[in-house]
Unconditional design. Structure first.
Length: 269
C-alpha cells in the first residue's frame, strides 16, 4: 500500500554523483516514489546506469556534470527544468574521500577534498535556490539534501581532511536552511550523515586504514568498524536512500536545518 506523503509524483529531482553508490540508489528510490529525476555524474558511466532504469520504466535522464564547475551547475539546473518542467528536490551527493594521517596529507590533497565536497555544496545550493525560490524558473520551493558523514560530527583517525569537508557541509546546510527559511524561499535544507556504507568509497576507507598503518588488514579494519557499530553491520546504500526519500517528501515538511545520522548507532555512544 502506498503512503501518499511519500508520493513524489509531480516532483522533479536532481541527484549528483548518481552513477554509483548512494547516489544511484537515491535516484532509484526517488524515481520509484514517482519523481522525475535528472541523474548527474562526472563519470560517463552514469549514461549506462540510467539507460537501465529507463528500460524498467523510470522517468530518469542522465547528464555529465562536474559538481565543482559553476557553469555545469547552471546547465544541470536548466536541463532539469527544460526536460521535466521544474525543480523541487536537489541531492548534493557527489563527493570524494581523501584519507591518510594529517602529517602525511599535502595541501593539494586537502584543497581537492574541500573543493569537491564543500564548493559543490555551495554551488548546488546556490544554483538550486536561485530557481526554486518564489519567482524563480521553477519557483515552488522544495527540499535540498546535502550528504555529510558521521565524520562531519565526530573525530576519527585518518579522516582529518575528509571529516573537515563533511563538517563544513553540515554547517553550510544549517546556515542555508535558516537563511532560506527567514527569507521565505520555501526551501528546506538538511544534511544526512551516513556511517560506513558498502560502496566503492567504503572500500577506499578500509584500504586507506591499511595503507596509513591504522589497521593491519582490510578484514581487521572491517571487523573494527562492525564492532564499533551497535547494530553490528555496515550500512547499505538503501539505508541512506530511504532517509533521503523521507527528507525529500512532504512527510518532512516541518524539518529544516537538521542533521540525520544513518549509522547503526555509531554516534549514539
Ligand atoms: P562513491 O565513490 O561510491 O560514488 C560517488 C560518485 O560521485 C561517483 O559516481 C563519482 O563519479 C561521483 N563524483 C566524484 N567526484 C565528482 C565530481 N567532481 N562531480 C560529479 N560527480 C562526482 O561514493 P558513495 O559512497 O556513494 O558516497 C556518496 C556520498 O556519501 C559522498 O558525498 C560521500 O562522502 C558520502 N558518504 C559516504 C559514506 C560511505 O561509507 N560510503 C559514508 C559517509 C558519507
Amino acid at each position: 500500500m502506498s503512503n501518499p506523503i511519500y508520493d513524489l509524483n509531480q516532483k522533479v529531482a536532481l541527484v549528483t554523483g548518481a552513477a554509483a553508490g548512494i547516489g544511484a540508489a537515491t535516484v532509484e528510490v526517488l524515481a520509484q516514489a514517482g519523481a522525475k529525476v535528472l541523474a548527474t555524474d562526472i563519470s560517463e558511466q552514469g549514461e549506462a546506469v540510467v539507460a537501465q532504469w529507463q528500460q524498467s520504466g523510470l522517468d530518469v535522464a542522465f547528464m555529465q556534470h562536474d559538481v565543482t564547475d559553476a557553469q555545469a551547475w547552471q546547465r544541470a539546473v536548466d536541463s532539469a527544468i527544460s526536460q521535466f518542467g521544474g525543480l523541487d528536490i536537489v541531492v548534493n551527493n557527489a563527493g570524494i574521500f581523501v584519507g591518510g594521517k594529517l602529517l602525511d596529507n599535502s595541501l593539494e590533497q586537502v584543497r581537492r577534498v574541500l573543493q569537491v565536497n564543500v564548493e559543490s555544496i555551495f554551488l548546488g545550493m546556490k544554483y538550486a535556490a536561485e530557481v526554486m525560490q518564489p519567482g524563480g524558473a521553477a519557483g515552488n520551493g522544495g527540499s535540498i539534501i546535502n550528504l555529510s558523514s558521521v565524520a562531519g560530527i565526530i573525530g576519527l583517525p585518518g579522516h582529518t581532511a575528509y571529516g573537515s569537508s563533511k563538517g563544513a557541509a553540515r554547517l553550510y546546510s544549517k546556515h542555508a536552511a535558516v537563511e532560506f527559511a527567514r527569507l521565505g524561499y520555501g526551501i528546506r535544507v538538511n544534511s544526512v550523515h551516513p556511517g560506513l556504507i558498502a560502496t566503492s568509497m567504503g572500500d577506499q576507507v578500509f584500504e586507506d586504514f591499511v595503507s596509513s598503518g591504522l589497521a593491519g588488514s582490510i578484514e581487521e579494519a572491517k571487523a573494527a568498524v562492525q564492532q564499533m557499530t551497535p547494530l553490528g553491520r555496515l550500512g547499505s546504500v538503501a539505508d541512506v536512500a530511504q532517509m533521503i526519500l523521507f527528507l525529500a517528501s512532504d512527510a518532512a515538511s516541518y524539518i529544516t536545518g537538521a542533521e540525520f545520522v544513518v549509522d547503526g548507532g555509531l554516534t549514539a555512544q
